[in-house]
Design a protein around this ligand. Sequence first.
Ligand code: NAI
Ligand code: MG
Length: 493
Amino acid sequence: MTTKNYTHYINGNFVAAVSGETFETSDPYTGRVWATIARGSSADVDAAVTAAKNAMDGEWGTYNASQRGKLLNRLAELIERDATRLAEIEVRDNGKLMAEMSVQTKYMAEWYRYYGGLADKIQGAVIPTDKADTFNYTRYEPLGVVGMITPWNSPLLLLTWKLAPALAAGNTAVIKPSEFTSASTITFMELFEEAGYPAGVVNTVAGFGEEVGAPLVSHKDVAKVAFTGSVSSGQKIYESAAKDIKNVTLELGGKSPNIVFEDADIEAAVMGAISGIFAATGQTCIAGSRLLLQHSIHDRFVERLVEVAGQANIGDPKSPDTHVGPITTRPQFEKILEYIAIGKKEGANCVLGGEPYTGPGAKGDQFISPTIFTGVTNDMRIAQEEIFGPVLAVIPFEDEEEAIDIANDVDFGLAAGIWTNDIGRTFRLSEKLKVGTVWVNTYRAVSYTSPFGGYKRSGLGRESGVDAVFDYLQLKSVWIATQTSVRNPFVIA
Ligand code: NAI
Ligand code: MG
């Protein structure tokens, strides 16, 4: 098999690493290496940040907001045109299902359209001040060069959540994709030149966290860092950014509860619970990894859940009939197995799966059977720590109050699902749950129109929706004297 070679994209050119080094990336379904990627270092980061800074000070900086909006719309069209091609790369490199990716890459275009439309509607204000003979107004200005560090689970979509508002606001970008899934982001760079972006507005440096991510975060000319990934990397990034008082957006995962009350539509809730934890093979930040079941429905719910989850087709992510694909990375595969062992040791009851999957459809050796633990208490590690795989912890509860206590008793606060037909309860819980997103009688709904982000350790800042663009802007207040007068210089105006 011939291996493909992917390079950095700096200042409008696809270039090898300064060191000339590369690393390999593999297809998690077959386990085979399929491409090599440029292995970046701080020298490559320097070149990319310089290009992004020069673009900021050059032609890009002269574009008005409507021009930036038009470019985003053009980009959206190219994304739609190339959606299948981008999806195929992602499926190969990441093991995501083609069924999901083909929809996701197309849908991505909507973020660029949405922020393209928003670009020239961001307005400052005229402030009615208490000072005589002065005119005071505000203007929103871009931050400058934004470092964007993305994970392997949804590389293009999670990049889009950062890039679309950042470009609408007039910033430039240096992107560091995950070392496990760099190919789709690098290929995506082809579209920026075609859309008409000046060189240097968007750059990608591939490589590892310590070698590329860390120097990008600490670079003196980077104004902001937008990151999605683990809490531990997020903490390092936040600490490093603090040294230069850099703005950060952090999205750090979760341990989201899916809460089912006895009055819910049980069949819909079973499907919701399954989509919460087994879609994307559980490798999503919004996984509904804790299923809270009211006592009275517990046994029959679990019975149906095991029945449906047990029928999931495991195998080739390219096949339209596949429900559960491979685990994307080797370390992640090992981490999930470790947590399954922890759950068993903690005394939880494994009622489905609990081991690597080697049955029909499996190739390579990176599959894990959909796994369900019952008899979990919320203090167990499998209830508190993010596993990021197809492992569900089922926790029983007695009443609404106890459900809220259990739901909130974790360090994370990304999302929660509520399944009930009691309208008052939906309002009560939506208020009391300490999470950034609440889904009622649905799960895993996201849109370019709606803010997404975490409470507590799940992160800082919001992505998507109107508000997110302000995370890529800074506000300036301008005072103009409408009458020139000679003032006492020792007293504040
Ligand atoms: P990670 O946080 O190490 O990697 C995410 C990105 O950060 C990658 O591009 C990586 O190269 C970069 N990075 C790592 N260390 C860095 C540093 N010191 N400075 C700058 N950039 C750095 O996540 P990893 O190891 O791939 O996955 C580990 C766990 O993280 C998963 O098991 C899961 O629990 C969680 N995770 C959460 C995600 C989410 O959507 N919130 C996405 C991916 C992982
Ligand atoms: Mg790969």
